[in-house]
Design a protein around this ligand. Structure first.
Ligand code: AQP
Length: 321
């Protein structure tokens, strides 16, 4: 079995990315799994090239520092020739209607000055990522299931039109890990690309900054310290963060506290301790260019070799290459 998951370096990795995904990949990932930095996906909206490059390195360091085996990671753009070639084959297998139907495209295109064609076609790039690596399972949140469905349709269509070459992947719903909300606005998901960072704890923030952000978290004026996500979302978010750090349920941890100040101190302490080893190791790796580059090159080589047979066969069957 091969599970494939990625993190897009559209900004610095945050606590939500870590507790909701990266930490689980490190703890539960099997020997066949692959985790990658999807930097090509960071180009679908306006971006800064040198920032993207820096963030891709940083994200790789975070994956490794979180404990993901170095044999399981790679950076997507290191395979840009392979994945680009496969994307073209799959674009020529995909209809315009299928691409334009994607809900995420409609949502993300709204309000953009220039809608990049890449925003429309990036689910096909995602299909290429999945099919190139012969992934069998793709853990996704609700918002990405439609994209995995597209990858399945394209794999089946290509296989039946040109010959069996692709493994048909399946989407697996990520277990309901906490969906962390922004500390300043608990109705909004904690996100890398949020303009105002006051409510986003980045995994590489220094401990004082983490404490400040958590201390200023929006709660509410009620004085009931209970886990009630619909009526007290800010409080529930803090309880979920603490629960995820200490391995208990949010309702259970709520019983330990009688005031918000006391709770915020405990959340800050737990988050700082949870992130301390990750931060130390990631900063070491970012400084140690040689080691990080070597791991990156080896990861790219392995991923390239893994996909080589599929790509060659697919090109041949499609009458090119
Ligand atoms: N707030 C969150 N709580 C729990 N899990 C989260 N993830 C993202 N935000 C939260 C999970 O992190 C993994 C990697 O995410 P991604 O890089 O694919 O980007 P995303 O889901 O679009 O997350 P962001 O941080 O909000 O980025 P932007 O601002 O660029 O959209 C995924 O498994 C995701 O579920």
């Amino acid at each position: 079995m091969t599970r494939l998951s990625g993190v897009t370096p559209s900004g610095h990795a945050h606590l939500g990315n870590y507790l909701g995904a990266i930490r689980r990949w490190a703890r539960e990932g099997g020997p066949g799994d692959l985790y990658f930095v999807s930097d090509l996906h960071g180009m679908t909206i306006s971006y800064n090239p040198s920032r993207l490059r820096k963030l891709a390195r940083e994200s790789l360091a975070v994956l490794l520092a979180a404990g993901i085996d170095q044999e399981r990671v790679f950076v997507q753009s290191d395979l840009v020739r392979e994945v680009g070639a496969l994307t073209w084959l799959l674009e020529c297998t995909c209809s315009y209607g299928e691409a334009a139907r994607m809900t995420q495209f409609k949502q993300k295109a709204e309000g953009q000055g220039m809608v990049r064609l890449g925003l429309l076609t990036y689910p096909v790039l995602m299909a290429a990522d999945i099919l190139l690596q012969n992934a069998t399972e793709v853990p996704v949140g609700q918002d990405q299931t439609q994209h995995v469905e597209l990858a399945r349709s394209l794999a089946r269509r290509f296989n039946s039109t040109y010959g069996e070459v692709f493994t048909v992947p399946r989407a697996v719903m990520a277990p309901t890990a906490a969906r962390l909300m922004d500390l300043s606005d608990p109705t909004r998901k904690m996100s890398k690309s949020t303009q105002d960072n006051a409510g986003v704890v980045f995994v590489l923030d220094d401990p004082d900054l983490v404490r400040r952000k958590i201390t200023r978290a929006v709660t509410d004026t009620e004085d009931r310290l209970e886990y009630r996500p619909s009526s007290q979302p800010g409080l529930a978010n803090l309880l979920e963060i603490l629960a995820a750090c200490v391995g208990r349920s949010p309702a259970e941890v709520a019983d330990d506290f009688s005031g918000y100040g006391e709770l915020k101190t405990a959340v800050a302490d737990a988050v700082i301790e949870e992130l301390r080893p990750l931060r130390t190791r990631a900063l070491e790796l970012i400084d140690d260019q040689h080691t990080l580059d070597k791991i990156r090159e080896a990861g790219a080589e392995r991923a390239r070799e893994r996909g080589a047979h599929t790509l060659t066969a697919a090109l041949r069957m499609a009458g090119v290459g």
